[in-house]
Design a protein around this ligand. Structure first.
Ligand code: CUA
Length: 358
């Protein structure tokens, strides 16, 4: 809040790489609006005066049509609309696609507060600490109603929706403290649902991360939850119930029972926990119960982080590829591979015979 925008003080400070482009478009829209408003008003006043009742204006030979004029007032606004659309789309797509190396911060909205989790596992409430000059991706969801995570200084705002992940990314450009709002009416204390964005130098940010309670990383917390909730009882290597192994599946294509394919992303993993009947893996029975109401949104995010941490690489090891699926005697510790039970070739859609019939 300490610095004013280079513009005339109407806007909040610009503190992200997105702010400049968004303001550019904003001012373009304003200038167009002002120019055309003035043009219309000028014509209105001129003609109202010139042709007022009793004025001795020449009213003979009034033109009934003027093709070039009509083409002009159709084509110019159309062109301007395309420019606005294209410009807006470029900014929108840029904001939606986080760079690969972006650090991921989780945001969970609930009536009436924001819970934020850093990659190290540290939780914050109505505050979000970020390092300057580092791309940060927010993955957001709500536990109750629609909220909207709005950081004016970053010119970023997105609905936070129960049952869905929304996301945007930013790179803060200025150290400082900025406002954070909920920008969607969400009940009695909506107006109090806000907080502070704290942009720090990288070293300060890292110092802050290390201060306070030492918490398990998100992946470690997720692994604990994975066992606590009994997920490992079915999704583990030595499980008696045969469920798909989850090691290393993140980001990969999975074949579904209905013949389609899906990428195992955040959305898919979350839905598989809450709505397990929705997308059943090919070769498996829809026997998993829902964990809706038993695992919180915040915990689901950590479980996803754990699954991510088991690797996205190719886990199908050749060494034991013939040893039989789900071999109960398999001494493999966690993370060594999805042999046998989980090696449906995503591209060809051909199930490994060993995995069939589950
Ligand atoms: Cu949350 Cu308004």
């Amino acid at each position: 809040m300490n610095e004013k925008s280079p513009y005339i003080g109407l806007l909040p400070p610009q503190a992200s790489t997105t702010a400049g482009p968004v303001d550019g478009l904003f001012w373009f829209l304003n200038v167009i609006t002002i120019v055309f408003t003035l043009l219309v008003m000028a014509a209105l006043v001129t003609f109202a005066v010139k042709y007022r009742r009793g004025a001795r204006a020449d009213r003979s030979n009034a033109p009934l049509e003027n093709l070039p004029l009509e083409i002009a007032w159709t084509a110019i606004p159309l062109l301007l609309c395309f420019v606005i659309f294209g410009w807006g789309a470029v900014i929108f797509f840029h904001n939606s696609r986080a760079p690969k190396d972006a650090m991921n911060i989780y945001v969970v909205g609930k009536q009436w507060m924001w819970k934020v989790q850093q990659p190290t596992g540290r939780w914050e409430q109505n505050e979000i600490h970020v390092p300057v000059g580092v791309p940060v991706k927010l993955t957001m969801t709500s536990t109750d109603v629609l909220h909207d995570f709005f950081i004016p200084a970053f010119r970023l705002k997105a609905d936070v929706i129960p049952g869905r992940y929304t996301s945007y990314w930013f790179e803060a450009t200025k150290v400082g403290t900025y406002h954070l709002y909920c920008a969607e009416y969400c009940g009695t204390y909506h107006s109090k649902m806000g907080g502070t964005v704290i942009v720090q130098e990288k070293a300060d940010y890292e110092r802050w991360l290390r201060s306070g309670n030492v918490e398990p990383t998100r992946a470690a917390a997720g692994e604990k939850l994975f066992r606590q909730h009994g997920c490992s009882g079915c999704h583990g290597l030595n499980a008696s119930v045969k469920a798909p192994l989850l090691d290393g599946i993140y980001g990969k294509q999975r074949a579904l029972e209905n013949g389609s394919f899906v990428t195992a992303d955040d959305r898919y993993l979350r839905d598989s926990i809450y709505l397990p009947q929705k997308e059943v893996r090919a070769g498996f029975k829809p026997i998993m119960p829902t964990y809706k109401g038993r695992i919180s949104e915040a915990d689901v995010l950590q479980i996803i982080d754990y699954i991510k941490a088991t690797g996205g690489g190719n886990h199908v090891s050749n060494a034991s590829a013939g040893s039989g699926s789900g071999n109960p005697g398999n001494p493999n510790p966690y993370g060594t591979g999805d042999v046998g039970r989980d090696n449906i070739s995503a591209r060809s859609g051909i199930a490994n015979p060993q995995g069939a019939g589950r």
